[in-house]
Design a binder for this molecule. Structure first.
Ligand code: NAP
Length: 311
């Protein structure tokens, strides 16, 4: 399908993801009118100052009215209340989608409110940074990243293709997955790493035998890379933990077993075991670089690529 054009796109939530969408929609000319809605007047004012859209609303339904495409980009725990607020005005034939990091819970919260005739297609762009808010977004965020859809049974293939074409126009590769499978995959590739980072940075912060100034001064030894993940938005990550609980707990228990085995290998001086594991994991990083999902630079390219996708 060629580049889609929507008469009216409503962006509900204008933080990192919503404002990146606003910027790429404008750059690629994907909409005649972009209606922006968010909860707080302060965030809305900032979005207006940045010129992210064509109309600005704190009444979510006002933004969604007459929209052909509605994209919900709010913390996953707020998905239900947003769906409830906009459902009565959604027009037949409109596509309703979201960008939430968990899918089973978002579907359970939103689907019951969606009127017949509206195409609800849950989605998740695997693109982000540790920053949040409307200033943090940039049009390149989705370039060469994956956007995963978790369509419900009976989804209209034409609507799915239109939404896929939209995300491709934003620079993404698209894929579809069963929601449960999505939640398991994301638990290991995204949620667990963030939880480990929050934990290790929390532990360092609690240490009494090492001072905080030493932790910061010598952070480049490895700690610094965890602090980037651990700086991610607390509201978003609280919601992810609460809304993908089962898959996260399953991965955490597997992780704890493997950590205990690593601990044992260190205790008993099993150098071969350690060497084998570290060699296997090194190969994983090589595959990620070869897949174009990371750059091979000493600081992962983050200094040079300021403003580029980071996580
Ligand atoms: P963000 O920068 O914190 O922005 C969240 C936006 O949602 C803000 O505009 C906020 O409005 C608004 N909002 C919060 N609760 C709301 C409510 N009840 N009604 C209306 N608006 C509400 O967050 P983000 O990083 O863009 O994340 C948004 C979604 O994308 C989340 O579901 C997250 O799981 C998902 N996601 C994030 C990343 C990432 O790396 N950040 C990556 C992929 C997917 P106010 O400021 O007005 O309160």
């Amino acid at each position: 399908m060629s580049t889609p054009h929507f008469d009216r796109i409503a962006l509900i939530g204008i933080g990192l993801i919503g404002s990146s969408l606003a910027r790429v929609i404008r750059r690629e000319g994907l909409a005649g009118h972009v209606a922006i809605a968010t909860r707080s007047p302060a965030t809305l004012k900032r979005a207006e100052e940045l010129g992210l859209g064509d109309s600005y609303h704190t009444d979510l339904a006002e933004a969604a009215r007459d929209a052909d495409l509605v994209i919900v980009s709010v913390p996953v725990g707020s998905s239900g209340e947003v769906a409830q607020a906009i459902a009565p005005v959604l027009k037949p034939g409109a596509i309703l989608t979201d960008v939430g990091s968990t899918k089973g819970s978002v579907i359970a919260q939103m689907a019951p409110h969606v009127p017949a005739g509206v195409h609800f297609i849950p989605g998740h762009p695997l693109a982000g940074t540790e920053k949040s808010g409307p200033d943090a977004g940039f049009a390149e965020l989705f370039r060469n990243r994956w956007c995963i859809f978790t369509p419900l049974p009976g989804t209209d293939p034409a609507a799915l293709e239109t939404l896929s074409a939209f995300w491709r126009a934003c620079g993404s590769n698209v894929d579809t997955m069963d929601p449960d499978h999505h939640d398991k995959v994301l638990a290991i590739v995204s949620h667990l790493p963030h939880i480990i980072a929050y934990n290790i940075v929390g532990t360092a912060d609690d240490l009494q035998t090492v001072t905080k100034s030493e932790v910061i001064k010598y952070s480049a030894s490895g700690f610094r890379d965890f602090t980037r993940l651990a700086a991610s938005d607390p509201t978003m990550w609280r919601d992810v933990c609460l809304h993908n609980r089962d898959a996260i707990l399953e991965m955490l228990s597997r992780f704890s077993e493997d950590l205990a085995s690593l601990q044992r290998a260190i205790r008993w001086g099993e150098g071969d075991k350690l060497f084998d594991l570290f060699s296997r994991t090194r190969a994983v990083r090589r595959s990620i670089i070869e897949a174009g999902q990371e750059v091979d630079a000493p600081d992962f390219g983050r200094q040079q690529a300021a403003g580029q996708p980071k996580g």
